[in-house]
Ligand binder design. Sequence first.
Ligand code: ADP
Ligand code: MG
Length: 261
Amino acid sequence: MSSTILLSCENIVVSFGSFQAVKECSFVVKKGSITGLVGPNGAGKTTMFNTIAGAIRPRSGRIVYKGEDITGYAPDRRFHKGLVRTFQIPHEFHHLSVLENLMVVAPSQPGESLLLNWTGAARVRNKEAETREKAWNALEFLELTHIAHQRAGQISGGQKKLLELGRTIMTDAELVLLDEPAAGVNRTLLRKLEGKIEYLNRERGYTFILIEHDMEMIERLCDPVICMADGEVLIEGDFATVRTDPRVLEAYLGETQGAHA
Ligand SMILES: Nc1ncnc2c1ncn2[C@@H]1O[C@H](COP(=O)(O)OP(=O)(O)O)[C@@H](O)[C@H]1O
Ligand SMILES: [Mg+2]
């Protein structure tokens, strides 16, 4: 039934000048799934994420989210609808503490309104206390309270990935786009990151789309798996089906002359 479909990408075409990076790409994402998006470098995966998040306007095609055509919506409008893409911590946030990096994400802080500063100082203070508590709870969940007051620029790569995931907890995320979260993360933190993703999926009802080259992570977390190549969907299925499909093997072989085989 269509009610289980959270996101639908319909015949998406994205061009950069005369180059078509995405060609008539269509797939759906079921509510409650952790959908894997794999494929060789240059397949168009990140371009699809940019299109879903609203950073890129497709030349044609539609993005439908929760039954609504959001193709023309700006990124922040999508964000407020629970469609959240994780980003590396922006450079200018490196000097903020880990805790503060979570606090600045909270949507629509009344403290930003001048009028409210005049008329509702107590309310602003309450709101800030609430945001601080929410941020602290997120740190407890991520097991990062011991680095709460360190500058974000000084924590390890793996801790940064956890913090990026934590930023989604500060919003009311429903669909979270993760682009290569395992890159540069050590095994121990990777397992922790996987555990947190699974928890958010099962207990908080987050739906994920996960782009990842680490096939073990895809295998452990994702069903279904969609494989893109040359801007198109090559195949979709469970991990074993996709992994052993001759077209998929061929696409990866074409990429690096066997490095991924
Ligand atoms: N801003 C851009 N301008 C021109 N070409 C781009 C741009 N972004 C991506 N591309 C090209 O589009 C193709 C798909 O890129 P991308 O979506 O990043 O692939 P993937 O994430 O699967 O590795 C690649 O050939 C890439 O070089
Ligand atoms: Mg990419």
